[in-house]
Ligand binder design. Sequence first.
Ligand code: G6P
Length: 369
Amino acid sequence: EQIEKGGYDHFMLKEIYEQPNAISDTYRGRMRVAEGIIKMAGIDDNLAKLLNAKRILIIACGTSWHAGLVAEYIFEELVRIPVEVEYASEFRYRNPVIHQDDVVIAISQSGETADTMAAIKLAKERGAFVFGVCNVVGSSISRETHAGAYTHAGPEIGVASTKAFTTQITVLSLIALKLAERKGTISNSDFHYYLQELERIPEKVKLALESNEHIKLIADTYKDAKNFLYLGRGYNFPVALEGALKLKEISYIHAEGYPAAEMKHGPIALIDEQMPVVVIATKKGHYDKVVSNIQEIKSRKGKIIGIVTEGDETVKGLADHVIEIPETIEFLTPLLTTIPLQLLSYHIAVMLDKNVDQPRNLAKSVTVE
Ligand code: G6P
């Protein structure tokens, strides 16, 4: 097992560090930046169906559901098709309205999650076209769906999902870009520029990983906190949910993710000097609004850990700590902002002496209801 961990103390840490390669493995062979081409068999073979979709329904569980939420923002922005994201367990039992011209995208790392599988079967029975985004090749979900795209993240052993999440977002971004280009909902020059930016993400993830030692110090400062709040807006609202989930899963500290502006409708009542608040405050994406949310936390003496774009001075002046990530286009920021949140939860769990790779009560793949 030590050999399999490749010199890392835990699979989770190894998988966090694999992300630059995992992301490039995901787009390699599919994206030709110089020529401005995205080739994905599962998409190309079903292009008319996808382009004519009146609605996209995304179904998933857990971290994959968070990737689906990021995709909702990306698809609606780039492709202008309405998207709904559903927990598979809710979808399957509520007699959902499904039309023949709906496209269902099912996201699953393992490709074995029982609720997701049941939701796919229901959608198929009602005539929808179902596209799978799975990591495990040949998995049940990859076989049950009409078409699909693998994430190519490689085996994920740690129960807390890391590289599966970022590669899911990568695949979903490729799909959105391809459809947007075909539909003409983005300009040709934007399409080329977005491909170039996607190609630069692995290098930027490497830079984000360089904050590891700094994040360890932050982890040490807050490891005894009883509660954490994670806030983000837009594309980074789902990242806030995912950051909170990571902390809960492996450190057993209670954490909540919230859209930053919703804070005033409840969570703000919890904020005092004991409460660490992780705020994703990257330069694009409602930056000024997030800065005013940070001021609200500060005036209630909450401890602020800001995830910021490198060179940011405003948040640095307000927050107790900042963690910098490189700049990129807005819809790709989740691929970078997720990294420090994974590392923060990892270090806290290690410091609390928890079983990082196999947290209590959790399973890597949930094949029963
Ligand atoms: C379990 C795992 C999570 C995962 C979820 C969905 O809860 O512990 O990491 O996100 O199942 O799994 P899937 O394989 O369908 O993505």
